[in-house]
Each structure stands twice: as C-alpha cells, then as structure tokens.
Design a protein around this ligand. Structure first.
Ligand code: NAP
Length: 312
C-alpha cells in the first residue's frame, strides 16, 4: 500500500527514488499554499508555516517532518493536540552551520566584504598601513548565547584562533568547559564581556527579541554580533541604529526576522556581512537533511517511532 505524502518540491533532486519507496508523492511548490486533502505526511521547508489551518485541512495527517533543526515554523502545540508527530533534522547540519558561523566571524572581524567591494570598485589605490583595520581574534573573547550542538561546535573551533570562550545557557556543559576552557556566565556578563557574540539559541517566547536596545547598550562599542540561528532573536531596527551610530563594531548575519525581506535600514547599515540563510548549505548536509526528514516519514507510516521527534 502506498501512502499519500506532500513533500517540498525543492527537495526533488536531493532524494533518491529508493528513499521514496511506498510513498505516493505530491511535490509542493514553495509558493503554493498547503492544500486540503487526505495526505498523511508533510515534509515542509522552514519557510512554510504549518499551524491550525493546515492541520484542519489535512485531517489524515500523521507527521510533519520539518527539513531543518529549528521548528519555529510549526505550531507544535497544535500538532501535539491533534496527535501529529513533528520531527526535525538535528546533528547532520551541526558542523556545516558551525563552519558558516566561522566564515561570518572572520568576514565580519576582518571586513572582508568592504575589501571585496573596494577591489571590485576599481578604487583601490594600494597597500596602506591603516586600510580596513579589523579585529584581531587572538586574545579576544567569543561569547556564545546557547551552547547546544551548534554553539558547542562553534566554541570547539575557537582555541585554534586564540579566543577565550564564555557562554550563557540554561544548563552547565561540564565536558564542553573542560574541552575548550569555556566559562559559563550570566546573560548580562555575556553581553558585557564578548568581543564576538554568537547566537545559538532557538527562538522561543523567552528568547524572541533578546538582542534588543537594552542588550545592545550593554555590549562593547567594538563588539560584533553573529547570528546563524534565527532572525527573530534580534530586534533589527535597534541593531541597524547601533551600527549606524558606531556604537557596535559590526554584524554578521545569516538569518532575518522576515525572510526573505530584510529590514531596509539593516540592509543599508555599515559594517555588516549579510548572507542569505545558507548555514547548512553544503551538498552533503542538504542531502542528509532531506534523507532524515523522509526517513522519519517512512518510520512513522510503517508504525515505528520517529527517528528525531521534537516532542515525546
Ligand atoms: P540545540 O542543540 O537544541 O541547542 C540550543 C541550545 O539553546 C540548547 O543548548 C539550550 O540550552 C539553549 N537554550 C534554549 N533556550 C535558552 C535560553 N533562554 N537561554 C540560554 N540558552 C538557551 O540546537 P542546535 O542544533 O544547536 O541549533 C541551534 C539553532 O540554530 C536552531 O534553533 C536552528 O534554528 C538554528 N540553525 C540555523 C541554521 C542556518 O541555516 N542558519 C542551520 C542550523 C540550525 P540547554 O542545553 O541548557 O537546554
């Protein structure tokens, strides 16, 4: 018997036919609304909201297999109330996202985009001792907000650059502390001491807008903010103003509050490196993310437990 499933059309070329055995797939285009019907599984991208209306329109739905580790695009409470499983794609994207975080740290600290723009403009007049001076990493402090899988993977790369590591988290991470020499601090201390503040918490009611005017005011004028987690963690207007006024050293961002729209003031602000949400964008990782999402669907539809549930 084959099961009717809805899968994001963008995943078509990342999946092998063998992974889709037993599934009758309807490929769902990015711009198409989630349809009404008797589909039993939905495999959405993080750009698709899946909430009460979608659950109402899909009465036979048994699983939402989100193709991301973050699942703030799914109303998990509504899903649980309906008895619909929700799964994500942890672990496989940790290293790729940590690497991209480091790409942003280096690019922002060393003003890579300004350098590229200068060369491309044809205005570069040659080596100058005070041209595009950036932040030396050695001897400075990397602050991690959130030390889960990705936060720790970012922190583990820091000793090689001579950075001290501090972190704020709900629970202590003794092994991470031992391995990296990291110290757990309170949120306000994290803001005050970080030369580079990198965000790795999920968006929750507690963390939404956590980097706001008050938080920015506690940071060093030279500090840079890196965000490869979720855009809603930052109030983008106040961040743009801080950059315009020169009371913050820079910002390297991969994610935004209203993707793909970017706050116009932030897009125009100085000292930014702005990427189009490519944290997990490596060939290997994207294939593995698609594979895990579909493996979750296969498991649940075959009467087994999901592999990576977001609630139990
Ligand atoms: P994770 O392993 O669940 O780590 C999240 C950490 O956040 C946990 O360690 C948790 O603390 C901590 N946390 C939660 N609320 C907190 C709070 N209020 N204060 C301090 N710490 C808090 O998740 P992950 O796999 O590292 O992923 C992190 C985020 O990265 C995800 O939310 C995802 O959306 C984002 N992401 C983005 C991309 C991209 O393309 N840019 C790619 C992958 C992931 P405890 O350990 O104490 O519970």
């Amino acid at each position: 018997m084959s099961h009717r499933v809805l899968i994001a059309a963008e995943l078509m070329h990342l999946l092998e036919p063998s992974q889709l055995t037993g599934l009758e797939v309807t490929w769902l285009g990015a711009g198409d609304p989630t349809p009404r019907g008797d589909w039993v599984a939905l495999v959405p991208l993080l750009s698709r909201w899946v909430g009460g209306t979608e659950f109402k329109h899909l009465p036979e739905l048994r699983i939402v297999a989100n193709v991301a580790v973050g699942y703030n695009n799914v109303d998990v409470v509504a899903a649980e109330m309906r008895g619909v499983m929700v799964t994500n794609t942890p672990d496989v994207l940790t290293e790729a996202t940590a690497d991209l975080t480091w790409a942003l740290i280096l690019a922002t600290a060393r003003r890579l985009v300004e350098g590229v723009d200068l060369v491309r403009s044809g205005q570069w007049t040659g080596w100058h001792p005070e041209q595009l001076l950036g932040m030396e990493l050695r001897g400075h402090t990397l602050g991690l907000l959130g030390a889960g899988r990705i936060g720790q993977a970012v922190g583990k790369r820091a000793p090689a650059f001579g950075l001290r590591v501090i972190y704020a988290a709900r629970t202590r991470k003794p092994e991470f502390e031992q391995l990296v020499g990291a110290t757990r601090v309170h949120f306000k201390q994290l803001l005050a001491e970080s030369d580079i503040l990198s965000l790795h918490v999920p968006v929750t009611p507690e963390t939404k807008g956590i980097i706001n005017t008050d938080a920015l005011a506690l940071m060093k004028r030279s500090a840079i903010i890196i965000n490869t987690s979720r855009g809603d963690l930052i109030r983008e207007g106040p961040l743009a103003i801080a950059l315009e006024e020169g009371v913050l050293g820079g910002a390297g961002l991969d994610v935004y509050a209203d993707e793909p729209a970017i706050h116009p003031r932030l897009r125009a602000a100085p000292r930014t490196v702005l990427l189009p949400h490519i944290g997990s964008a490596t060939e290997e990782t994207r294939r593995q993310m698609a594979a895990i999402a579909v493996a979750n669907v296969q498991s649940v539809l075959n009467g087994k437990p999901p592999l990576t549930p977001v609630y139990s």
